[in-house]
Write a protein that binds this ligand. Structure first.
Ligand SMILES: Cc1ncc(C[n+]2csc(CCOP(=O)(O)OP(=O)(O)O)c2C)c(N)n1
Ligand code: SF4
Ligand code: SF4
Ligand code: SF4
Length: 606
C-alpha cells in the first residue's frame, strides 16, 4: 500500500517539483514511524460521557440545534426545534471554539505601540482592541493585560488587545505584521507566538472580562486610520476560511466600518462557503441586535441579486418618505422635515438619524392609522443602507461579469468588492480572466499566455463609477481609505482587492510580504478613481503606489503557481515571464500618464 501511496504522490505532484514530492514522502514515512496501536477498552470507564460541544452560556438554539450538528447528530434534530419562519440566527461561530492551533499570539503591552496592524490583518478576527477608563481595571483578573493609551491628553484611559486564542488558526500573520520590537531583545516583538495550553485557562477568564468592557462608541472614534478602525466591533468573525486567508480581512473591515447597516449579496465562492456554512455563521450582530444582512444567491446572478437589494431598499425609502409626508399633520412638519432632510455622511450623523428613527417608531406604535403601521414596517430604511456585492474573481471577471457590468452601468448606489485571488479558489484553482500572464492554474497548466483583464479600466470608462485597486498587506491605510470613499460616494463603486490564497502555492505566513511585492513589482498597482474629484475639476485618477522597485520575477517566483513552469517547461516559463514583464511595464506607463492628466481628459460626470 505504501508503494502505491508514493506512486500516487509522484503522479499528483510531479509538476510541483521533487521538493514537494520529498516532503510528501517524508510525511508518509513519519506517519509510519509514529504509528502505534491503541487498545480499545472493553467497557467505558469515564463518568461523564456527555462532552459539551458548546459553552453553557450559549443560547438555546445553539445548544439544541447548532451544537447537535457540530457533534454530527444533525439527523436527530426534531423539526420542532427549527424556527417557524426559517430564519437562522447569525454570529454562531463564536460558540464553535475550534482550538485548531497549539501556538497562539501572546501580546506584550510594554513593547506595543498600539498601531492596530495585528488586529487589522487577522483573517479570523481573533485579536480585538478596546480603550476604556482605568477604573475598569479595579475588577480585572490578575493576569489581564493593559497599557496606558498612547494618545496624548487621556491620562485615565487604558488600552487592551485581547487574543481569542481558542479561535486562532496559528497563521502567524499578526506576528509578521507587528512593527514593534523590544529594544533590549530584538527577537521579541510586541506580539509573539507561544504555547496555548499553559495560558488557556487564564486567558478564558481574561476574555470574559474583556467582553464585559463595552465597545467604544463608534460615533466618537476616528476610524480614518488603521489604528482607529480597530476600535470598531467586527461583525464578521471566526470564519472557517483557511489559516492565513487573504480574503477575510477585507470582509472583517467591511463589517467594522458599515456592519450595522450593511446588506451583502454574496456570490458563490470561498466567501459564500466560509460566510454561510452550516452549522455556524461568522456574520454577527452587535449588542443592539444590528448586523449585516447577508445572502448568497448564485454564482452567475449575484450582481443582479445585489442590485435588487438596492432597488428594494430605495423603493422602501420612497414609500417611507411619502408616508412620512402624508403623516406630517400628526407628526409635526418640522419633525418630518428633520428626518427627511438629515445628512447621513458622518458616522455621528448616522447615529443621530438612527435615534430619530427609533423615536419615530415609538410614536408610530402609539398611533392607530393604517398609514402609521405601514410606515412602521419600512421606517428602518430612513437610515442609510450600504449595499455591497461581494465575490471572487471567477464571479466578477467571468461568470457574473455581464451582471456586474449591468449593475455598475445602472448608476445605482451599489458597491462591489472583488476578493481577487486570481483563480477560482473554492473549486481548486481554475484559471479566470484575472489570472496573470505566466502563472499556471487549472486549465492553464502550461502557463497563461493571454493577458489579465483590466476590470478597473473597464469600470473607469463609465466615468461615474468609483474604482479602487487595493492590497491590505501592502498598504492597509489605502485599503481603508478606498472602502470609506467608495461607501461615501453616491453612486456605483468597484474595489478590486488583492487576496493571497493557498492556491498561490507558498506558506501564507508570507502573504503580506507577497502583497508588498505584488505592488512593488508593478503587478498590482494601487489606484483610486474618484468621480467626485472629476466633478470638482480635479484629476480623478490617483496612483497610490510608487514606481516599481523590483522585477516581476522577484515577486512571482516566490509562488509555486509561477515557479512550477520553470521546472516543467523552463523555455516556456522564460518566454512567458518576459512577456508578462512587458505587460506590467506597459500598464504602469499607461497608469502613470493617466495620473498626470488634466480633469478635462476624463469622462465628465453627468
Ligand atoms: C454557474 C456555476 N458554475 C460553477 C459553479 C461551481 N463553483 C462554485 S464556487 C466556484 C469558484 C468561485 O471562484 P471565485 O469567484 O474566484 O471565488 P473564490 O472561491 O476564489 O473566492 C465555482 C466554479 C457554480 N456554483 N455555479
Ligand atoms: S495567528 Fe493568525 S489567526 Fe491567530 S491571531 Fe494571529 S493573525 Fe489571527
Ligand atoms: S501590531 Fe504589534 S505594535 Fe501594533 S498593535 Fe499589534 S502588537 Fe501592538
Ligand atoms: S482557498 Fe484561498 S480564498 Fe479560499 S479560504 Fe482558502 S485561502 Fe481563502
Amino acid at each position: 500500500a505504501i508503494k502505491e501511496i508514493k506512486k500516487a504522490i509522484e503522479k499528483t505532484y510531479y509538476k510541483k517539483g521533487q521538493k514537494v514530492i520529498d516532503q510528501n514522502f517524508k510525511a508518509v514515512d513519519a506517519t509510519l514511524a509514529h504509528l502505534y496501536e491503541v487498545a480499545i477498552p472493553k467497557k467505558v470507564s469515564a463518568k461523564n460521557v456527555d462532552l459539551l460541544t458548546v459553552s453553557e452560556k450559549a443560547p438555546a438554539f445553539v445548544k439544541e440545534v447548532t451544537a447537535m450538528m457540530m457533534a454530527g447528530h444533525g439527523d436527530d434534530i426534531p423539526v420542532s426545534k427549527m424556527t417557524v419562519d426559517g430564519t437562522y440566527p447569525s454570529g454562531t461561530t463564536q460558540w464553535e471554539k475550534r482550538n485548531i492551533s497549539d501556538l497562539v499570539p501572546v501580546w506584550e503591552p510594554d513593547v506595543c505601540i498600539q498601531c492596530g496592524n495585528c488586529a487589522y490583518v487577522c483573517p479570523h478576527s481573533v485579536i480585538r482592541a478596546k480603550f476604556y477608563h482605568k477604573d475598569y481595571l479595579k475588577n480585572s483578573p490578575d493576569d489581564f493585560k493593559s497599557a496606558p493609551i498612547n494618545a496624548r491628553g487621556f491620562p485615565e484611559t487604558q488600552y487592551s488587545l485581547q487574543v481569542y486564542l481558542e479561535d486562532c488558526t496559528g497563521c502567524n500573520l499578526c506576528v509578521e505584521v507587528c512593527p514593534a520590537t523590544d529594544p533590549h531583545n530584538r527577537s521579541r516583538k510586541a506580539i509573539n507566538m507561544g504555547e496555548k495550553e499553559p495560558i488557556l485557562k487564564k486567558e478564558q477568564e481574561n476574555i470574559d472580562f474583556f467582553e464585559n468592557i463595552p465597545w467604544n462608541d463608534r460615533s466618537k472614534i476616528d476610524f480614518s486610520t488603521v489604528h482607529g478602525a480597530q476600535f470598531l466591533e467586527p461583525l464578521f468573525e471566526f470564519s472557517g476560511a483557511c489559516a492565513g486567508c487573504g480574503e477575510t480581512p477585507y470582509l472583517k473591515l467591511l463589517s467594522q466600518l458599515f456592519g450595522d447597516r450593511l446588506l451583502v449579496a454574496n456570490a458563490t465562492g470561498c466567501s459564500s462557503i466560509y460566510g454561510g456554512n452550516l452549522p455556524t455563521t461568522p456574520w454577527a450582530k452587535n449588542k443592539d441586535g444590528r448586523g449585516p444582512a447577508w445572502s448568497n444567491s448564485l454564482f452567475e446572478d449575484n450582481a443582479e441579486f445585489g442590485l435588487g437589494m438596492r432597488i428594494t431598499a430605495d423603493k422602501q425609502l420612497d414609500v417611507a418618505s411619502s408616508l412620512l409626508t402624508e403623516l406630517k399633520a400628526e407628526l409635526g412638519e418640522e419633525y418630518v422635515k428633520e428626518i427627511l432632510g438629515a445628512s447621513q455622511v458622518l458616522e455621528s450623523e448616522i447615529v443621530v438619524q438612527r435615534n430619530r428613527v427609533e423615536g419615530l417608531k415609538e410614536k408610530l406604535r402609539g398611533m392607530n392609522s393604517p398609514a402609521a403601521s405601514h410606515l412602521l414596517s419600512v421606517a428602518d430604511q430612513l437610515v442609510r443602507r450600504s449595499v455591497w456585492l461581494v465575490g471572487g474573481d471567477g464571479w466578477a471577471y467571468d461568470i457574473g461579469y455581464g451582471g456586474l457590468d449591468h449593475a455598475l452601468a445602472s448608476g445605482r448606489n451599489v458597491k462591489v468588492l472583488v476578493l481577487d485571488t486570481e483563480v477560482y479558489s473554492n473549486t481548486g484553482g481554475q484559471s479566470s480572466k484575472s489570472t496573470p500572464t505566466a502563472a499556471t492554474a487549472k486549465f492553464a497548466a502550461g502557463g497563461k499566455a493571454g493577458g489579465k483583464k483590466d476590470l478597473a479600466m473597464q469600470a473607469i470608462s463609465y466615468g461615474n463609477v468609483y474604482v479602487a485597486r487595493v492590497a491590505f498587506g501592502a498598504n492597509p491605510q489605502q485599503t481603508l481609505l478606498a472602502m470609506r470613499e467608495a461607501e461615501a460616494y453616491d453612486g456605483p463603486a468597484l474595489i478590486l482587492a488583492y487576496s493571497h490564497c493557498i492556491a498561490h502555492g507558498y506558506d501564507l505566513k508570507d502573504g503580506l510580504n507577497q502583497q508588498n511585492k505584488a505592488v512593488a513589482s508593478g503587478h498590482w498597482p494601487l489606484l483610486r478613481y474618484n468621480p467626485s474629484l472629476r466633478k470638482k475639476n480635479q484629476n480623478p485618477f490617483i496612483l497610490d503606489s510608487p514606481r516599481p522597485t523590483m522585477s516581476l520575477k522577484d515577486y512571482a517566483y516566490n509562488e509555486l503557481r509561477y515557479k512550477v513552469l520553470t521546472i516543467t517547461n523552463p523555455e516556456a516559463a522564460d518566454v512567458l515571464i518576459k512577456h508578462a514583464q512587458e505587460l506590467v511595464n506597459l500598464k504602469w506607463k499607461t497608469y502613470e500618464e493617466l495620473a498626470t492628466k488634466a480633469a478635462s481628459d476624463f469622462v465628465p460626470v453627468a
